[in-house]
Design a protein around this ligand. Structure first.
Ligand SMILES: NC(=O)c1ccc[n+]([C@@H]2O[C@H](COP(=O)([O-])OP(=O)(O)OC[C@H]3O[C@@H](n4cnc5c(N)ncnc54)[C@H](OP(=O)(O)O)[C@@H]3O)[C@@H](O)[C@H]2O)c1
Length: 314
C-alpha cells in the first residue's frame, strides 16, 4: 500500500456511475460536501451496459476519477428469478466502465463490490484474503461471480498498466432512498415496511421467515460514503477493502429494534419451515479502520431516520 502522492486532489472531477441508487446518491452527497465537482448521467441518457457509448461519454468528459456504484442489485427473490440479468448486466457494466475509464485516461477508480463475494462458510469475521477460498452461497452466485470478475479486472489494470484502481466490499447497507418494494428489497427496509403496515392495519402479529438466529451486520450508507471518500484519497492497494461497522446482531434483535422504532406493539412470529441462510456474516474491517475510518451512525438512530424519511415521502 502506498499513500504518499496525492491520490485525489481536492479539485478532482468525479463521475459517479449509479448516482440515483442507494450507494451512488450517498457518494454524490459526500463528494459534493467535500468540494468535488461531481458528474452524473441518468440511465435514460447513458446505459452503462453499452460499452461503445460509455467509452465515448468517458472520453468526452474525461473525469479525474470514477466511482462505480451502478449495478443490477436485489434480494434473494430477485437474484433467483433473474440470474441472467444479475450476471450479464453486472459484467457488462463493469467491462464498459472500467475499460472505458482506462481508455479515457481516468487516473483513479473505485469499484464497489459486495460481501457476498466471500465463500458461504468463510471464517468469521471475514478477511479480504478469504476471497476465492471456497464455494459461494448458491442463491446469489451469478451476482457474486460478476463482482469477483470486477475485482480481478481492477487488479489486472493495476498489474498490467499500473492503474490506481481500487475495490471496496461493503456489508449490508441501508439509508435514505432505500428500496421498500417487498419483491426486491433487502431485509432492513422490508422489516420497516412490514411493521409499519401491521401497525397501520392493527394486526396482532407479524410473521417473519426463518428462526431469527442468523447474525448480520448493517452499515448506514452515509458511513459507507465517508469510507469511499477516504479510500479514494488514501488507499492505493491491490487488495479489496471491506467496509462494515465491525459489529453484528441477530435478525431477531434487528426485527425487535425495527418494531420498537416503528412503534408496533404486536407479536413477532417466526416461520421456522423457511430457510435461515448463512448463520453469520461479519466483515473484518481492520484494513479500513487502520486508515483512520470509523462508523458514526448507530443502527437504531439510522433506522429511525430512514423510517422518518420514508414516511415523509409516502
Ligand atoms: N445495497 C446494499 O446493501 C449493498 C451492499 C453491498 C454492496 N452494495 C453495492 O453497491 C453498489 C450499488 O448498490 P445500490 O444498493 O446503490 O443499488 P441501487 O440502489 O439499485 O442502485 C444501482 C444504480 O445503478 C444504476 N444502474 C443499474 N443498471 C444500470 C445501467 N445499465 N446503466 C446505467 N445505470 C444503471 C441504477 O440506475 P436507475 O436508478 O436508473 O435504476 C441505480 O442508480 C452495487 O455494486 C452493490 O453491489 C450494495
Amino acid at each position: 500500500m502506498k499513500a504518499t502522492r496525492e491520490l485525489l486532489p481536492p479539485s478532482a472531477r468525479i463521475f459517479v456511475a449509479g448516482h440515483r441508487g442507494l450507494v451512488g446518491s450517498a457518494v454524490v452527497r459526500r463528494l459534493t460536501a467535500d468540494g468535488h465537482q461531481v458528474i452524473t448521467r441518468g440511465r435514460d441518457g447513458l446505459d452503462l451496459r453499452d460499452a461503445a457509448r460509455t467509452a465515448e461519454f468517458l472520453a468526452e468528459v474525461r473525469p479525474d476519477a470514477v466511482v462505480l456504484a451502478a449495478a443490477k442489485v436485489g434480494g434473494i427473490m430477485a437474484n433467483s428469478t433473474y440470474p441472467v440479468q444479475f450476471i450479464e448486466d453486472n459484467l457488462r457494466i463493469q467491462l464498459s466502465v472500467i475499460a472505458g475509464s482506462h481508455a479515457a485516461g481516468v487516473g483513479r477508480l473505485l469499484f464497489l463490490g459486495s460481501s457476498c463475494i466471500y465463500p458461504k462458510l468463510a471464517p468469521q469475521p471475514i478477511r479480504e484474503d478469504a476471497l476465492l477460498t471456497g464455494p459461494l452461497e448458491p442463491t446469489n452466485e451469478p451476482y457474486a461471480l460478476a463482482k469477483i470478475a470486477g475485482i480481478v479486472q481492477i487488479q489486472s489494470y493495476r498489474r498490467q498498466y499500473g492503474a490506481s484502481y481500487i475495490s471496496a466490499m461493503p456489508t449490508n447497507l441501508y439509508g435514505p432512498g432505500d428500496n421498500f418494494d417487498l419483491e426486491t428489497s433487502h431485509v432492513l427496509p422490508a422489516l420497516i415496511r412490514r411493521f409499519h403496515e401491521a401497525k397501520r392495519d392493527g394486526r396482532d402479529s407479524v410473521e417473519l421467515w426463518g428462526s431469527g438466529s442468523p447474525r448480520r451486520e448493517f452499515l448506514h450508507v452515509d458511513d459507507l460514503a465517508a469510507a469511499c471518500a477516504l479510500l479514494l484519497r488514501s488507499y492505493d492497494g491491490d487488495e479489496p477493502v471491506n467496509v462494515g461497522c465491525g459489529d453484528d446482531l441477530t435478525i431477531r434483535e434487528l426485527a425487535e429494534t425495527v418494531r420498537d422504532v416503528v412503534g408496533y406493539e404486536g407479536a413477532i412470529g417466526w416461520d421456522t419451515t423457511k430457510p435461515d441462510g448463512t448463520p453469520r456474516k461479519l466483515l473484518d474491517v481492520s484494513r479500513l479502520t487502520d486508515l483512520g475510518w470509523k462508523p458514526t451512525i448507530a443502527l437504531r438512530d439510522g433506522i429511525a431516520s430512514v423510517y422518518a424519511g420514508w414516511q415523509s415521502e409516502a
